[in-house]
Design a protein around this ligand. Structure first.
Ligand code: GRF
Length: 201
């Protein structure tokens, strides 16, 4: 059965693109049914439009508060009846009003480090890679994990892919190496949620 997936984004959308490409090529038996952003006018929404996927922006400016924006976003997402919600470069912490509306729909997130290392509040974007280098770690990677209410980067790991830290790495160089693995990990992780069409023997 083709898995209907909703994707939450905030910016560039390269992880979204990896998902769209995997669906289009048949590598992943899933379909992106909706893309929601907390920022208007971001490249990720253009990627959704180019792929013909319904999409919307839910900004604090339009809705008056972060809670109201997140509630409206969750309602729009659930109207498309996804069986999985993927946070792919989504940069807000989601409150209870979001999770209540999602019901029991599973949620996963991609993080650019080997959780539980280098996760938690304030650990996003280039800061993650700066911290990995400052700690003298010899490897980093990408983690896709379950998301639960009121936690940051703490849910069960679904897929993890490792990369070496190389001498002379800048945060940007390390980040680019990790991002390649994010694109693979996010597709692998979604595949875990695709129901088998025939029972396993
Ligand atoms: C990724 O590194 C993701 O792990 C992080 O933000 C970045 C988003 O990239 N949370 P993109 O928007 O998918 O290109």
């Amino acid at each position: 059965m083709t898995l209907p997936v909703a994707v939450l984004v905030s910016g560039r959308g390269s992880n979204l693109q990896a998902i769209l490409d995997a669906c289009a090529s048949g590598a992943l038996d899933a379909r992106v049914v909706y893309v929601a952003s907390n920022h208007a006018g971001v490249p990720a929404l253009d990627r959704a439009a180019s792929a013909g996927v319904p999409h919307g922006a839910f900004t604090v400016a339009d809705f008056g508060s972060r809670a109201a924006a997140q509630a409206a976003m969750a309602e729009a997402v659930m109207r498309t009846d996804p069986r999985l919600v993927v946070h792919a470069g989504f940069d807000h912490i989601l409150g209870p009003e979001y999770f209540v509306r999602l019901g029991g729909t599973p949620v996963i997130n991609v993080h650019p480090a080997l959780l539980p290392l280098f996760g938690g509040r304030g650990m996003y974007g280039v800061r993650v890679h700066e911290s990995v280098l400052a700690a003298g770690a010899t490897e980093s990677g990408a983690t896709v994990h379950r998301v639960h209410p009121d936690t940051i980067d703490l849910g069960e790991v679904v897929v993890q892919r490792r990369v070496p830290v190389l001498s002379g790495d800048t945060p940007e160089m390390l980040g680019a190496r990790v991002l390649e693995q994010e694109h693979i990990a996010i597709v692998e992780a979604i595949r875990r949620f695709v129901p088998a069409t025939t029972p396993l023997r």
